[in-house]
Ligand binder design. Structure first.
Ligand code: ZN
Length: 302
């Protein structure tokens, strides 16, 4: 074990909502962000600055940014795919960190962001540099790092080559995303360990979808292999409009329950996360996939 403290990054307002067909009003997105902060979240992916025709749920990115609570202790992250998105996000004056996405395969990169894999690496480096030039920070996530919905298995060598190239831009961190939920703990431990050694001292973040039930096992494997930050979504909401069959992120409350019970501090308050998950379920009008919020409280409150 490398650490007894893991940073959680809340992605419900962006990855969690982006695949929802019903448009969620801006004030409810801001209420979700407020609940995440109240539960202790200090890094939050709040929206994405992308083409609203491609992702209608994110069309209110500027309004979300304008409505963010003024908090010096919270890092607000805007996801962007290109220079235009970076300029939009930075122009709000409210986004602290740009999140770029590089995709491991050409087929998925073209479906997701109309770029080749190499083009997505070049674009991410430019986004990171643009963020730094504006006094913000930039980080990047390697999508489909453990498998591609179109091309299948993704070689570790491909991901390592991308990580090495991306590290040249000096990102705040590099994330490894299991965009379609196909990773297993052995693969995660191997790849996280190799990327960690390759890019140190740049930290590794991980992002898992629980499509096949391996999400929590993958989180544990990742942190034992040296990942510093874990993405998660309140309620286990989530999906990708451009990845067939993608389903929810690991639920924040499930990850926090597992880690805190295992002696790994997250800084998050489980009871507040469970409340937020229940609230989000009523907003979405359905039972969300996260499990801890549907289980009896344990241990019993004294
Ligand atoms: Zn995701």
């Amino acid at each position: 074990m490398y650490t007894n403290h893991i940073e959680m990054l809340e992605v419900a307002p962006r990855d969690g909502l982006q695949n929802e067909q019903v448009l969620i009003p801006t004030d409810q997105k801001l209420a979700l962000i407020g609940r995440a902060i109240a539960a202790g979240a200090r890094r939050i992916e709040v929206t994405s600055f992308v083409n609203p025709r491609a992702v209608p749920q994110m069309a209110d990115a500027d309004a979300v940014a304008a409505g963010l609570p003024q908090r010096d202790d919270v890092t607000y992250i805007g996801l962007v795919m290109n220079q235009r998105g970076a300029e939009r996000a930075l122009a709000t004056g409210r986004i602290d960190q740009l999140g770029a996405v590089s995709v491991s395969t050409d087929t998925f990169a073209i479906a997701n962001q109309n770029q080749t894999s190499q083009g997505s690496v070049d674009a991410a480096k430019a986004i990171i540099l643009a963020a730094q030039a504006a006094g913000a920070t930039g980080q990047v996530t390697i999508a489909a790092a453990f498998g591609c919905p179109f091309e299948g298995e993704v070689a570790e060598a491909r991901v390592l080559a991308m990580a090495a190239a991306l590290a040249e831009a000096g990102p705040f961190e590099i994330g490894l995303a299991d965009t379609i939920g196909v990773a297993n703990p052995a693969h995660v431990a191997s790849l996280v360990g190799k990327v960690r050694d390759l890019i140190a001292p740049i930290p590794v973040r991980v992002h898992f979808h629980n499509t096949r039930g391996t999400g929590l096992a993958n989180v544990w494997a990742a942190i034992t292999a040296g990942a510093r930050t874990v993405d998660a979504s309140i309620g286990g909401l989530g999906g990708c409009p451009f990845a067939p069959g993608a389903s929810g992120n690991v639920a924040t409350e499930d990850v926090v329950y597992m880690l805190e019970r295992a002696g790994v501090a997250t800084g998050l308050k489980l009871a507040a996360l469970v409340d937020a998950s229940h609230w989000l379920g009523t907003i979405m009008g359905r039972t969300l996939p996260g499990m801890v919020a549907r289980a009896p409280v344990f241990p019993k409150l004294s």
